[in-house]
Design a protein around this ligand. Structure first.
Ligand code: NDP
Length: 324
């Protein structure tokens, strides 16, 4: 069996990808073979490519995808050949075919397309984790969301609106502002033109916000500290501008006894049951109309380097899907 994969042998820029054909072994015990139908692009893929998050190399990147079960390894009883499945916690999705541990898979409902699943599972599960498990956001709270027109950001905004929160969205352009408003954002801050913390104070009558979802990292850490209300929570969950380093804990006290957490979904979606639960929540939110798949761009798998360039340049809107 042949597969075609986007592989990196060493860390680097988007040019590090090699699109190669390679033999795919039969699935081993507990594994299945999948034919990919749609693959999700995520910012974490860029961290793996650059080495910000070190992984063993050579490696096939990609955390998120939908596909059809083609063959079962020994002992796999939960899935059958022909089942539509998805995964968002097992690296190696940049492939036309792959073998993957069956316990990493979630079932896709009939009313969710493969493309939507590939666009939504990881990013939507992240939104669920952020709102429900990290921020424990309550109706009536005002929440600050960075990169609100991005893949996670649009889902997070829709999710927060669905539970009755007020969303202050931070975005990089007018086009993104209108997308964030379309997802339900109540206020929009254009970070290239406006002082984020000053605008947050203005919008909240000086109070600041009790919960902040910061995926930008280095460039916005200070704005997040300056935007929090006393005993507020900063959920720092990404590094689009670089990692936040060298935190002086005293600053949390000085800014109002703040709380900070730096979560990763992989410490929340730790079991097959938890993964299916997150996926089912995302699909239920999709069904309710609270969130949309928001596929802003599609690239053939061959063009993954171009997709990475656009994601890192901040020119993508919503989710990006790679077509195998
Ligand atoms: P996005 O679609 O949100 O793309 C990143 C966006 O970040 C850009 O479009 C841009 O939006 C904004 N941005 C701000 N500053 C920069 C900068 N210096 N360079 C590039 N982009 C910048 O990506 P994803 O939806 O895939 O991921 C969003 C974030 O969520 C990432 O940081 C990712 O690591 C994190 N994440 C974390 C998870 C976890 O478990 N902790 C799980 C999933 C995602 P704008 O122009 O509007 O500022």
């Amino acid at each position: 069996m042949q597969t075609h994969v986007q592989r990196i042998a060493k860390t680097g820029g988007p040019e590090a990808f090699e699109f190669v054909g390679t033999a795919l072994p039969e699935p081993g015990p507990g594994e299945v073979r999948l034919r990919a139908t749609a693959i999700g692009l995520n910012y974490i893929d860029t961290y793996h490519r650059t080495g910000l998050y070190p992984i063993d190399l050579p490696a096939v990147l990609g955390q998120e995808g939908a596909g059809v079960v083609q063959a079962l390894g020994e002992g796999v009883t939960d899935f059958a050949v022909g089942d539509r499945v998805g995964s968002f916690t097992a690296r190696g999705a940049y492939a036309t075919h792959r073998t993957v541990a069956a316990d990493q898979l979630v079932r896709l409902p009939d009313d969710v397309s493969d493309e939507d699943a590939a666009a939504l599972m990881l990013k939507g599960a992240t939104a669920a984790m952020l709102v429900e498990d990290c921020g424990r956001v309550e109706a009536g709270q005002t929440v600050l969301v960075y990169a609100a027109a991005g893949g996670v950001g649009l889902l997070l905004t829709g999710w927060l609106k669905a539970i009755g929160a007020t969303v202050i969205a931070v975005v990089g352009s007018e086009a993104k502002a209108s997308r964030a408003r379309g997802a339900g954002a109540d206020h929009v801050i254009l970070h290239r033109d406006e002082d984020i913390a000053a605008r947050v104070r203005e919008i909240t009558g000086g109070a600041g916000v009790p919960v902040i979802f910061d995926s930008v990292g280095k460039a916005t850490w200070q704005a997040s500290l300056d935007s929090a209300s006393p005993r507020g929570l900063i959920v720092s969950f990404g590094n689009a501008s670089g990692p936040v380093e060298g935190i002086n804990l005293g600053v949390l006290s000085a800014k109002g006894s703040l709380f900070v957490t730096r979560p990763t979904l992989f410490h929340y979606a730790t079991t097959p049951e938890a993964r299916q639960r997150y996926a089912d929540k995302v699909f239920a939110m999709l069904r309710s109309g609270a969130i949309r798949a928001e596929i802003g761009q599609r690239f053939p798998l061959e063009a993954v380097a171009e997709a990475h360039e656009e994601l890192e340049a901040g020119t993508t809107i919503g989710s990006t899907v790679l077509i195998p």
